[in-house]
Design a protein around this ligand. Sequence first.
Ligand SMILES: Cc1ncc(COP(=O)(O)O)c(C=O)c1O
Length: 470
Amino acid sequence: MLWFPIDRDTSISLVQQVYTQIRTLILSEQLKEHDRLPSTRELADSIGVSRNTVTDAYDQLIIEGYLIVKPRSGTYVAEGVVLKAAEKEQREVDLSNWLQTEQYDEQLIDFRASHPAMDHFPRKVWGRLAKEVCYDSSDELFGYRSPLGDETLRRVLTTYLARTRGVSCHPEQIVITAGATQGLSLITQLLMKEGECVAVEDPVTDEMRQIFTKAGAAVEPIKADRLGIKPDQLPRNKKPSFVFVIPSHQFPLGAVLPIQRRIQLVEYVRKMDSYIVEDDYDSEFTYEGTAVFSMQGLEPERVIYVGTFSKILSPALRIGYVILPRHLVEPFKDLKWFSDRHTATLEQQVMARFIEEGYLDQHVRRMKRIYEKRRKALVAALRNTFPGLDIIGQAAGMHAVVEWRELEVNQSFVSHCKKHGVVVYPVEYYALKKGYHTKQMVLGYGSLTESEIQDGVSRLHKAVETYHLS
Ligand SMILES: Cc1ncc(COP(=O)(O)O)c(C=O)c1O
C-alpha cells in the first residue's frame, strides 16, 4: 500500500503535495517503470485526502508523462522517466581554486587580502538612489545602450578621476566594464598579437595572471622589489603587447612605484611601441603621505588605466572602467559589445548619482578612517607580539606584508596556522618565479574588525611558537 505524509498546516495545496510526493518517488526509483499505482480511491483512503485530490494529481503526472493509463487495467509508471546520474568522472570538477577563495569558516580568522568591509556598504543611500533611478529614468534607459557605458557616469568619472587620481581623459575614452577583470581580459584580447608576450610584474595575484593566460597570452614575469616593478628587467629583444603594473599599491608587496621607475617604464613602452596597463584598484585608501597620482596622467597615449569600484565600494556591483588612448576606443568598444553588450545601465546611473551627490567622497573618507584603525591595530599587534618583525607595504590599501627573519612561509606553515584558527597567505604563492619571497606573508585586514585582528595575531603567535615542536 502506497502511503506518504500530508501536511495540512502549509500553504502548499493538497494536489500539489500528492503530485510532488509521487514525482519524487518516481525520480528516486522507489516507484519503478511499469509499477502499478493504487487506484485513486485506495490512495485517497490511505493518505486521508479526497478522491478528487488524487485524481487531479494523477492527471497532472499523466500530462507530464510520468504516468500512463492502461484501459481497464489501471495507472502505471511510464517508461523512460528516470534520468540516470552522469558518470562520476564527468562530474568531478577541480574545486581547489574555488575552495581556496570561496570557502568561509566562521571560526577561522582569515587575513584574506583585498576584501572590503562589506558590513559598511552604504545600503540606505544606495537603496534610495536605486529607487529614484528606477522611477525617474526615461524608457530608453531600459533598452540596449552604448557599449561605452552610461554617458552620465562617464562624465562624472572624468571629473572625479582628474581630481582624485590625476587622470587626464575625455568621457569618450572611458568604457564602463564588469569590473577590472573584464577590462583586463578585453585589453588582452585587443592588444595580444601572435608570438608576443605580456610583461607582468612578479609577484602578482594568480587571478590577474590567469586573466592574461586565459585570454591567450604568454606571461613574462618581471621582478618587483620593495619599490615595485624593476623596469631594467624588461625584455629588450622582444616586444611585449603590454606591461601590466599596479604602481600605486603593488599587490601583494604594497610598493608605491617611485617616479623614476614610472618614467623609465614610459620611456620603455615608447621605444618598444607598446603600452602600460595600469591597474589602480585600491589606491584611494592612502594612509601615509598623499595619494600618488596615476601613471595615465604622465602619458595618456601609452597608458591604459583600469579602475574598479570593487574595493572602494563592493565587488558585488561589478562596475569597473577602462580609460583608453583615443585610437583604441573603437576596437575596444567592439569587443565589449560582443562580450556582453554593455554593463547594466541602472546600476551605472545609481553610481553616477552616488558620485555626483558627494556620497562617494563621503564613503571614502569614512572607510579610510575605518581601515586606518584596522591597519594601526594590525601593525600594533604585530609589533607587540613579534618585536623586530619587518612590516612592509602598509602605506595604502587594505593589506600589509610581513617578512620573517628565519621562518619559511610554506604550505606546511600555512596548514599549521589553520590548525590554530588563522589563515595567512604566503607571498611566494603569488610569485611567478619561485624562491624569492619564501619568508614573506600577506595579511589583509579590510574585512576584519580590530578585535578580530588582535585575536588573529595572537593565534599567529601560538602557531609560530608551536610550529617547530609539531
Ligand atoms: C590586483 C587587483 N586588481 C583588481 C581587482 C578587482 O577586480 P574586479 O574589479 O574585477 O572585482 C582585484 C581583485 O581582487 C585585484 O586583486
